[in-house]
Design a protein around this ligand. Structure first.
Ligand SMILES: [Zn+2]
Length: 286
């Protein structure tokens, strides 16, 4: 990070979706708020992108894993190996859907990444729908999304799991952030929109983007950054921009790029963005 890096930002390690991709990495985001940074998801190749970004391995206080699809979880094991080898010192809680706790405990054992090897205390903590918890000064609200519901309906009789996937509200002193991770429909986010949102990172892979813009036109959102675009939308990103400007005039939004820091606006952002002239709005793919 150089001197031009803003005080509060989200560093996007990967903005790709679930398809193999030549251009984009898979989902991982570091929310560097005033204090207590949080890493959300560990899509690959996080161990490389994290090292390239130059962050300390003690940089973040906790990891949130939204679910276990490979594009959100696939880089976790190697990243954990990196935390061991690079000698992280700060204790680490990894919050994850409860289906995964025993599995990940076993996974690190067969990978010989024993907790006793780590120079820090490692703890896996289950996430439950709407049960808030704190990470340092921040309050996290996990909301279960419908992302995995169709798979649950098909396979629950064979695999009696919870099929949980979580979106997150992150409430800090000066900001309220909503991170969608994967959703089944934009309405999944409504429980997180009960207060003005300074910054929202929303995926676009699993529904018609028009539905998102139509819904968000009814809520105060300071800034929206779009991620997880499927290839056909990524290649036609100007159409997404045009659609958003048409359906949601006044909304400050753009498509997130990766391996860069996006400034997180503070608690005046919603009012400011609502008074902005649409012609001055950010519309480039940045
Ligand atoms: Zn995904």
């Amino acid at each position: 990070m150089d001197s031009s890096t803003p005080d509060a930002y989200v560093y996007c390690f990967g903005v790709g979706d679930g398809w193999p991709n030549k251009e984009r990495n898979h989902s991982s985001f570091l929310y560097r708020l005033e204090v207590n940074p949080i890493l959300v998801d560990c899509g690959e190749p996080l161990s490389r992108t994290y090292l390239n970004a130059g962050f300390s391995y003690d940089e973040f206080d906790a990891i949130l894993l939204s679910h276990f699809h490979g594009d959100h979880f696939g880089g976790f094991l190697m990243f954990l190996q990196g935390l061991w080898l690079r000698e992280r010192r700060k204790n680490l809680k990894v919050y994850m859907p409860s289906d995964g706790i025993a599995v990940v405990e076993n996974l690190i054992q067969v990978a010989c990444l024993f907790k006793e090897l780590m120079p820090f205390k490692l703890e896996f903590v289950p996430i439950r729908d709407r049960e808030e918890f704190t990470i340092g000064a921040h309050t996290i609200t996990p909301v279960r999304t419908t992302h995995l519901n169709s798979l649950r309906d098909q396979f629950h009789h064979l695999y009696p799991l919870r099929f949980d996937c979580f979106a997150f509200g992150i409430r800090s002193k000066h900001r309220y952030i909503v991170h969608s991770s994967d959703i089944g429909a934009p309405e999944d986010l409504i429980p997180l929109l009960n207060r003005p949102v300074d910054f929202m990172m929303c995926e676009l892979a699993h529904f018609n983007p028009a539905k998102l813009f139509e819904m968000l036109s009814r809520y105060p959102i300071g800034q929206l950054r779009l991620t997880h675009l499927p290839p056909f939308l990524w290649e036609n990103s100007q159409e997404v921009i045009d659609l958003g400007q048409k359906l949601c005039p006044g909304l400050n939004f753009s498509i997130a790029e990766e391996c860069c820091a996006l400034e997180l606006p503070g608690d005046k952002s919603v009012m400011l963005s609502q008074s902005l002239d649409i012609s001055k709005m950010s519309s480039s793919r940045r």
